[in-house]
Structures are given as C-alpha cells and as structure tokens.
Design a protein around this ligand. Structure first.
Ligand SMILES: [Zn+2]
Length: 493
C-alpha cells in the first residue's frame, strides 16, 4: 500500500548511522538514500467548504507567525524596560508551548485547522529570527537580513507544511491526501512518487501545500533509495559557458561546439510579459481591467518559470547523459548584476536564473557518478584568448565579438569562454601572471562584463579540483607584453 505515515521531522528511524546531512541540515540521511523533492500541481477543491479549509490553513500559518512575532517584540520591549523580564526563548518548542497555552483566548477557532499550520508559522518565524541574528553577528553569508516583519495577507506566501499525520499518495495515482485539508486531486499522474513509496523505496518526510499564481501545489520532501549508479556517460570533458544570449555554449574535447538556445516560447513569453506589465501599470487599481491584467500577468509569470525550468532540466540532463566531466564557471551573480549598471541588463540576469543550473548539475552528476568541476571565480574565461593567451579586446561592453590583441581576428566570446573552461585550469596558467609573478596577484576587481572577474572576495575555489595536464598551451603567451595585467586569480602555483 502506498500509505505512509510521515516521520516526525527528525527522521530518527532512518538516521543511524549518520552519513550526510539533508539539504536543510535538519536530519541525517542513511547511506544509500538521498533527499529528493516531488512537486505536483493539484486542483482547487470544487466544494466551497473544502476550498475555504485550504485558505484557512494558509491564514492560520500567517496568524501564528504574526502572533509569535508579536510575542517576541513584546518580550524585547519588556526586557528593555525591565532587565529581569523572562522572555520566551526563540525556538519552536518554547514558542509553540506558549501558543498552545494561549490559543483558546487569542485564536478560539484554532480547532478548525491542523496544528501543523500553527507550527509552520512559528517555525518560519524561528528561521527568520535565526537568519537575522546570524547575519547580525557575521555568521551568515550573503546580504544583511532584516528583523522579521508582520506579514499581511497580500505579501504573505500562502503555504503550510505538514510533517505529521496521514500524508498519502493513493494508489489511484491521482489523489493526494493531507491532514485536515483532505483529498486533493493532482493534475498530473503521481506515479513517479507512488511507485517508489509503494515499493518501500521512498519515505515522505513532509508535504508542503503552496499557492502560487492562484494555483495549488503540493511538494513532498522525501528520502529515496539511491539508484545503483548508471554508468557515467561515454563522452569526455566539456566546458560550459552559461550566458544570457544563448542559454549555454558547450565545447568538448573532441572539438565540437554546441549552442543551447533558450526555448523560443520563453522568448515570446518574456516580451508578452513586458507588454502586459505595461498594460497593468496603466490600469486603475481595484478596477476590473486591473484585475484582469493582473491575472494575465500571473499566468505569464507561471509560464515563464515553467518554460525556463524545463529548459534548465533539458540542458543539465543532456550534459549529464553526454559527458563524463563538465566544467562550469563559479558565477557570482550578485556581483555580475552590480557590474551591469543598467537596470534592464540586471533584470536580464535575474530573468535567466542562471544560478539554478549549478545545483541541478551537481545532483545529477552525482547520481550518475560523473564529475562536475567548478572553475575558480577569478578565472577570466571570457577575457583570455584560447590557444593564444592574449587578453581579448572588447570594443563594446558585453559585445558578442571580441578581438584578438595580437592578430586582430574576431573571436566569439561564448565559444572562447567555453573552450577556456574545458581546458581549465591549464588555460589559466598561460597568462603572464603564472610565469612572471612568484605569488598569485590579488584580484583587481576591475570587473565589468559577464566574466568571472566581476566578483567580490568570497569563498570561491573551495570546490576546485586539480587537473592533470590536458592540452598543450602555446608558451609564447608567457612573454606577451600586452598581457602584463594578467589574469586575476588565486591558487595557481
Ligand atoms: Zn589572441
């Protein structure tokens, strides 16, 4: 039977011996199992009371979040006035206990929703508080995190997570049952999960019900028995340059260059999205036309996300199925955006969502037993001329065609970068820095362009894998006077 009683967060039964951490680091996963997500779109229940039960759960989660935040703020104020005041500790257990003690007065309707709804809200606040305090004390990477704010109905991401109770994927492969919410009909066959669960090869740890673009989705967080590795692909090594013009340019060691275009429907949808966005901005908020334009925009947003996700999956699956080793850049997207200046360019970077590709490649390559190599962040793959070693001249910023500094021949930026990545790090050692300077030069941070040299200092190069000699690189580049600036990079001896 495909019935699973979800484990209680800690996954204690499968936790020993601990081998690796789950993505959130919340529990350990037994060796031979991997964490995997499955998402299904479900239809809104047709019965009005069932639909309002779903909305009620979203509201309950938001209520608990706001209640807990109010509690935390009141405690902080009281502590300021009276240092002996005893605050509720900032953890799920303590805040939940306090909520349960007070719920009959603050939320007399609490019994209408699953207790998981309140637990999700409080857990989300605890995460937000933790992120804030870690950012404040410099223990968290990335931009500063603000103190949590109260959530309004408009701003809140409508969702609720269930980790206990009966979470079921029924054998009819169409129905998903959640506690209290009841049965939901999946728009797509749930076979890929139901089969694994039925055979005991997957366990559902939690299910999250989310509303997005007015539609409902159920995401299952599971642990799944790892496949015995499929043999790695037969192809050799490939360098992949991710870009905005084309999704990817791939150069492999047989000399083949492959351009992977963004799908045409995506391009069409993007321009349509811009048109509808303008339409929306011209209409009066609250009017019927405004509502219609908003719904249209939401539909297009959804389409853009799905088309892009599909394109990314096709690209990564093709790479994993074709090559045994793939080299990609360590993109610092925040720094790239900063260097782009114009807002339209920055938006193009976000639009392309290039950051989603590397994690996908990582897990797919791992499943297959292949190698993913990430080139050093300071390796200027788009600036060094492959096979020549000169520093390419850029006529216009972000120009597709670059010019060789020595012969003046035009060079395709994307193809050149892909070739450089394929041969990394050997291409990195052809610059003058490796030959003339005894220690690696510090990053100049001169930035600009899509290259990896548009970066801030970070923990780049952590997963850099040393490579044996690959292909002979012309040595004359070492004395090239035009290349005096060299390549900012680290870790090259
Ligand atoms: Zn050149």
């Amino acid at each position: 039977m495909a019935e699973v009683v979800a484990l209680n967060g800690t996954a204690a039964e499968v936790a020993s011996p601990p081998q690796k951490r789950s993505p959130g680091g919340k529990f350990a996963i037994l060796d031979g199992w991997i964490a995997r997500g499955f998402t299904f779109e479900v239809t809104w229940p047709t019965a009005p009371e069932a639909a309002s039960r779903v909305r009620s759960h979203f509201g309950a989660r938001r209520f608990a979040y706001n209640w807990a935040l109010g509690q935390v703020k009141a405690d902080m104020d009281a502590k300021g006035a009276d240092p002996t005041h005893e605050s509720v500790p900032w953890n799920l257990y303590a805040l939940r206990k306090r909520f349960n003690a007070e719920k009959t007065t603050v939320a007399p309707w609490w019994g209408e929703n699953s207790k998981e709804a309140y637990a999700t809200g409080i857990a989300d606040l605890c995460t937000a508080l933790k992120n804030w305090s870690e950012a404040k004390w410099g223990k968290r990477k990335g931009p500063k995190v603000g103190f949590p704010v109260f959530k309004s109905r408009r701003k809140d991401q409508a969702r609720v997570r269930f980790s206990t109770g009966t979470i079921r994927v029924t054998p009819d492969r169409r129905t998903i049952t959640l506690p209290v919410v009841g049965p939901l009909r999946s728009k797509e066959n749930t076979r890929r999960l139901e089969r694994l669960v039925g055979a005991g090869k997957a366990r559902i740890l939690s299910a999250t019900l989310t509303e997005r673009w007015g539609r409902l989705f159920v995401s299952f967080s599971c642990i799944v028995q790892a496949h015995p590795y499929q043999a790695p692909a037969t192809g050799g090594r490939a360098g992949v340059d991710l870009g905005l013009r084309v999704l990817a340019t791939v150069a492999d060691d047989s000399g083949t260059i492959t351009h992977v275009q963004n799908p045409a429907p995506l391009r069409a949808t993007l321009s349509e999205r811009r048109r509808v966005g303008r339409q929306l901005s011209r209409r009066i908020p609250g009017s019927q036309g405004h509502r219609a334009a908003k719904a249209k925009l939401a539909r297009l947003d959804r389409r853009v996300v799905h088309l892009r996700r599909d394109a990314h999956h096709q690209l990564t699956s093709w790479l994993v199925g074709t090559y045994r080793e793939v080299v990609i850049e360590d993109l610092d997207l925040a720094a790239i955006k900063k260097s782009m200046g114009r807002r339209a360019f920055r938006r193009a970077v976000s639009d392309a969502a290039l950051g989603a590709i590397r994690p996908q490649l990582t897990y797919k390559m791992e499943w297959r037993g292949s190698t993913l190599t990430v080139a050093d962040r300071w390796f200027a793959s788009s600036k060094i001329h492959h096979g020549c070693g000169c520093r390419l001249i850029e006529r216009k910023r972000l120009d597709k065609q670059l010019v060789c500094a020595r012969t003046g021949e035009p060079v395709d930026r994307d193809i050149n970068a892909a070739k450089n990545l394929r041969d990394w790090p050997d291409t990195a050692s052809c610059g003058s820095v490796g030959a003339t300077a005894s220690k690696p030069s510090s990053p100049t941070g001169s930035g600009g362009g899509l290259g990896s040299d548009a970066g801030s200092s970070g923990a780049g190069g952590g997963d850099v894998r040393p490579l044996q000699s690959w292909e002979a690189v012309p040595g004359e580049a070492r004395t090239d006077p035009d290349n005096r600036r060299g390549t900012p990079r680290r870790g090259a001896a």
